[in-house]
Design a protein around this ligand. Structure first.
Ligand SMILES: Cc1cc2nc3c(=O)[nH]c(=O)nc-3n(C[C@H](O)[C@H](O)[C@H](O)COP(=O)(O)OP(=O)(O)OC[C@H]3O[C@@H](n4cnc5c(N)ncnc54)[C@H](O)[C@@H]3O)c2cc1C
Length: 384
């Protein structure tokens, strides 16, 4: 395994840096987290700029508008955009980072042609309808049901914690299509248009004040059978692909962002005198080592997924487990550096600290990642 970058990769990095230096100063300020319609417009605008400059979907197939580059090139992209403080993927998270890659890996040619280019061009937003009130960690117990009626599935049930549901055009939706089959075998993966009749979205407010996610109620919603990705009742397998992308690669850019925050924290500590606190300085040093190690782990995961053909493996759970904890530790340290100022909700770090609490829950809790690491990587006996 070679984790170094080639000369061509370094040339790509230099061109990207130059482009970022030209466009970032002209960007409008980011709208507040309270205003998701404005955030949607902002995030899609940034995606469009990337697309026009040839930086959208670097590692996606060329026939769907991607650039067909190696995942390593995509890593360089993430590294440089985060280092430069470019906008976060935001409302495009699901479409770009896990629904899109799932459709690229599992969808038919027609499905790839329909759904992937608008994601890359910044025209359509996706959300994820997996969790239900009684099916989070135990996702296979989901109850939203779909029955066939001619060329449609008719879907009824409810979903919860659906990030960006309010502003999404499409939902990657899990439904139960065979109630009698063993739990994991009766599930189907559908692409549901969010403007279909029968969908009610009720926003939920997060601890940090943002209406980022919602409850979604589905009452006899008609979804064309043509929108099914994979076979009927084979949705669990497709879901494992989605979750591999979500845990394995979707957060990697954020590791670089965390390293940037760490540098800013050290500068702030030097300014406000907290730098003289030796235990605090040690914590900053340990976090620095931790995020460097996570970046190496990311490179290893990417190089592994390149070797096996594109879908990240179980190593994503190791990354997700450690990254989500390190992120919480980073923002706890930020609160220490800031002192009483850390309670000011006007400060980005304070809001980020509140939202960091969710990282060990979203995309599968730490306990579930530990179960996966124990059972499927280390081969330990099943706990249940
Ligand atoms: C910010 C955020 C955004 C989210 N966005 C989305 C989204 O867009 N779409 C979506 O579908 N979902 C989303 N989720 C939901 C998320 O995936 C679930 O919250 C998560 O999977 C946990 O499920 P749960 O909340 O039902 O907790 P539960 O499953 O009820 O778990 C409760 C506790 O029990 C523990 N536990 C449960 N089973 C086991 C076990 N077998 N072994 C050990 N411990 C166990 C859990 O780890 C947890 O600590 C989001 C969540 C958050 C916080």
């Amino acid at each position: 395994m070679d984790l170094s970058y080639s000369d061509e990769d370094e040339e790509f990095r230099a061109r990207l840096r130059e482009w970022l230096g030209e466009v970032l100063p002209g960007l409008p300020p980011k709208p507040s987290a309270d205003d998701w319609p404005a955030r949607r417009a902002y995030d899609l605008g940034w995606q469009r700029l990337l697309y026009d400059a040839g930086y959208a979907g670097l590692h996606w197939p060329v026939e769907v508008g991607g650039r067909g580059a190696t995942p390593t090139r995509h890593l360089i992209f993430l590294e440089e955009t985060e280092k430069a403080g470019a906008p976060y993927v935001g409302a495009n998270f699901v479409g770009l980072l896990h629904a899109g890659p799932t459709i690229a890996a599992e969808g038919s040619a027609g499905q790839r042609a329909r759904w992937l280019p608008p994601v890359l061009r910044g025209e359509e937003v996706w959300c994820q309808g997996f969790s239900e009130p009684d099916a989070g960690s135990d996702l296979a117990s989901l109850r939203t049901r779909a029955r066939r009626d001619g060329d449609d599935y008719v879907v009824s049930g409810s979903k919860i914690w659906t990030s960006h549901a309010e502003v999404a055009d499409w939902c990657e939706l899990l439904v139960r299509t065979d109630a009698k089959a063993p739990r994991h075998r009766g599930i189907t993966w559908l692409a549901m248009p969010m403007d279909a009749p029968g969908i009610t979205v009720r926003p939920l407010r997060t601890l940090a004040g943002s209406a980022e996610f919602a409850e979604v109620f589905l009452d006899e919603v008609r979804v064309p059978v043509a929108n099914r990705v994979g076979e009927e009742n084979d949705g669990w397998r497709v879901t494992m692909v989605t979750l591999s992308f979500e845990r394995g690669t979707a957060f990697v850019g954020e590791v670089v962002a965390c390293r940037r925050v760490l540098g800013e924290l050290a500068r702030e500590a030097r300014k406000n005198g907290r730098w003289d606190d030796v235990p605090l300085r040690r914590r900053l040093g340990r976090l620095n080592a931790e995020f460097r190690a996570l970046w190496r782990l990311t490179q290893w995961n990417v190089s592994e997924s390149e070797r096996v053909g594109g879908v990240p493996g179980m190593g994503g759970s190791v990354f997700k487990l450690r990254y989500s904890q390190a992120r919480q530790e980073l923002y706890d340290t930020a609160a220490e550096v800031l002192g009483p100022e850390g309670l000011d909700l006007g400060r980005e770090w304070t809001v980020d600290r509140l939202s960091s609490l969710s990282y060990t829950i979203a995309a599968g809790t730490s306990q579930i990642q530990r179960n996966i690491v124990a059972e499927r990587i280390l081969g330990l006996p099943k706990g249940r």
